[in-house]
Design a binder for this molecule. Sequence first.
Ligand code: FPP
Length: 232
Amino acid sequence: MSETHENAPLKHLALIMDGNGRWAKARGLPRTKGHEKGADTIRDITVYCANHPQIESVTYYAFSTENWKRPKLEVEFLMKLLDRYLQSELETYMHHNVRFMAIGNIEVFSKALQKRIDETQQKTQHNTALTQILALNYGGRAEILYAVNRLIANGKQEISEEALSKALQTPYSDIDLLIRTSGEERISNFLLWQISYAELFFTPTTWPDFTAKELDEIITQYKTRQRRFGGI
Ligand code: FPP
């Protein structure tokens, strides 16, 4: 079985946002400026996805379980930026009919930030054009282990692919297209189960410079790729 993406839908897009620090360094700016500009890029890409006829969900790697190793001040800045971002984005979510969801272990975040995340999820829960998922304190292996342990705790003796897919935190399991910016060609523990058949794209553009136009060009290329799912 072989098909090109002309007839295979692009439902779930995943993005590894990399290069905020390099973007800032190249301009003689503090790294925080790169993160701020990166937050603007998330908005632009989300609006593009909400208006795309096929894309139903977009998942961004916003904070990995490894990101705690960064300097304390940078981590604190990222937490504050996330809070500010969610506060200012509510209008965008409502205007463009976008549902917001978070995946990852957010229980370690401050109570105020958890409240902001919960409220944003609740207020946008009936929006239907797109689901925007932010992976926060997220790791792919941890997500799989958590799901397996939950199934075992519920008395499962044998775990099927379908049961595991459903037990994951990520609501729409399979990723069709994964893009990583800034030239690194690694998965970095992102959505390990869900990317089994994804097409992978790596662009040298840093995340703050990534645009809806470049995404549109990548999608055009994606549509010409052959996807065989193990067949010939
Ligand atoms: C990688 O750039 C980026 C991250 C730490 C994750 C993405 C974070 C943002 C886009 C900031 C805003 C996010 C939200 C949700 C408000 P890097 O710092 O690793 O860049 P470098 O590899 O060039 O140093």
